[in-house]
Design a protein around this ligand. Sequence first.
Ligand code: TTP
Length: 590
Amino acid sequence: MSRIIALIDMDCFYAQVEQRIRPELWGKPMAVSQISAGGSASIMLAITYEARAFGVKRGMSVKEAKKVCPSLEICMVPNLPTMNKADLSRYKSASDEVFDILTKQESIILEKASVDEAYLDITEAVEIACNAESPEQIIERFMAHAAELFPSTFIADGEDEKLESDQRLARIIKWLDEDCRMDSLQLNLAVGAYLIEKIRKEIFTKTQFQCSAGIGINKIIAKLVCARHKPNQQTIIPPQFVAKVYEMTPINSTMADLQMVPKEQILHEFPEQSIWLFKIMQGNDDEPIRPRLQQKSLAISKNFPGVYKLRSVAGVEKWVTNLSAEFSKRLYEDQVVNQRTALNLTISFRNDEGFYNKTVPLNSYVNIGIINNLLSFMRSYNKAGDKEAWHPPIKNISMSASRFREGVDSQTKQITLWAEKAIQRSLTPDESETKPRELNEPVTSKCVTSTEAKKKRSDSFKTVDHIPQPSTSKQSEQPELIQLDSDDEIGYEIVSSKNDNDLKMERRPFYYRDVVNDEFNENYNEIQTSVNDSTMHSEQNPREKDIPLSERSAIMSRYMPKNLDDLKNQEIKDMIEQLPEDVRQVSAQM
Ligand code: TTP
């Protein structure tokens, strides 16, 4: 049986998220805008279809948008109070709601394509539905109840965009009666469209969000027609119309251009994607839907626009340190939740002269390694004569990890377990579930270099004693262990509630964190093109967010060593020997 693939794409997603918060905005011309760091400019990110009718477009400034649509309502993407960064958590949890519904669908394979887009291989679900009734029964039923069963379906045949709404239904009935009776593949597409109508309805009922869909025999074709009838509609593309629809769609010109390029050049430029590209150029795509809720890469990025450009060595070092620490923390979290290890690190930065990046093997998640790598790369482009200055000034710093292998090493297992145990001990179950640290709470973060850490080796573990205890009245003033790692050396980070305006990193204890994908908005386009085969748009595994304590323990226990003898690495054993007595006891009980 030929595969039946659907692409579901949420309509003006961020805008719907804001409209749900402020229901008076439903049906109004409105847009979601993001203010740039420093508040100097604000551009449109998500625009409702009512506003699009006035000509409001993504990327327009508030002024431009208001000019074409004076009644435009604008909602701003919130900022993290302690950082000059967008707080995308509300959009990510809205996305999780949608993906929760999708993952619960039976007999489908789900591939998350972005924060608001998913491919569904519904072949098996269609097969099951087809086995329950004869083809004639299905066709009769579909034709008799077409208005109810296919309330928003179009058949892409090249003429569909001109149809009035009463003609739409007549076209479906004709297709069912003629094509679906003759050809089981077309019937399967009809059944697929019926299932997708149901899933979209369920998404709407449970979340209030509308979405659109494309249904075809492969991913490319589903993608090709997904936006053909938007919003809140879906399009089937029967194989006999593929060529015609291709012809009339802008992607065709891309494909036509590609066909002009010698195959050797494609092979050279896109070695990994070349087979796929050759097939697509022939209108042929048999790429399977890969069950995936995880992102293929993990990235962090920070823009420094205008007056915020980094012009001093101290400024660059401070931000590289801050971002590396945050990135390192996210890598560890990813390792624990997804049980995988990234092998490649791409470090990049932009200055007034250009964009520079390089990919290196990611030998360790210890943030000092990341810092050193990035700093030495950046230093080679610093042309300032003065020792303290940086020129050309830095506009962006990014780090991205990719090429994940399954599993984690024993060092990490041991260390994460130790930290997890320590944190668990420090929190009562109730508090751990309900009272993570307030997001707004002022925090400072301090990274200790490996050399300093060496000196403080014995002291470092004593930080465990300072993990806030629920019973301690002064708990918020105590430093708190966030990360501990070993790579022959012990590095640690402490977080206190002391005010320090220079360091504005938001911190939470292990596994408690808000999902912030800064690169998404700040570098959306740039990162999408600069990172190979990335699903940057989607970024966050929904499982990463607010994992309850019980589930975290279950995740940890799946791969933690049963006892210390399981650890082969002598260095780890030595390290544990250095632990203070009470901590060693915790480790020994594991
Ligand atoms: P899209 O799916 O590209 O667009 P959309 O959902 O707003 O509208 P459409 O109905 O045409 O699908 O992006 C999903 C969300 O991602 C979007 O609502 C806002 C956000 N986004 C950015 O923040 N920056 C960007 O550059 C893009 C393209 C999207």
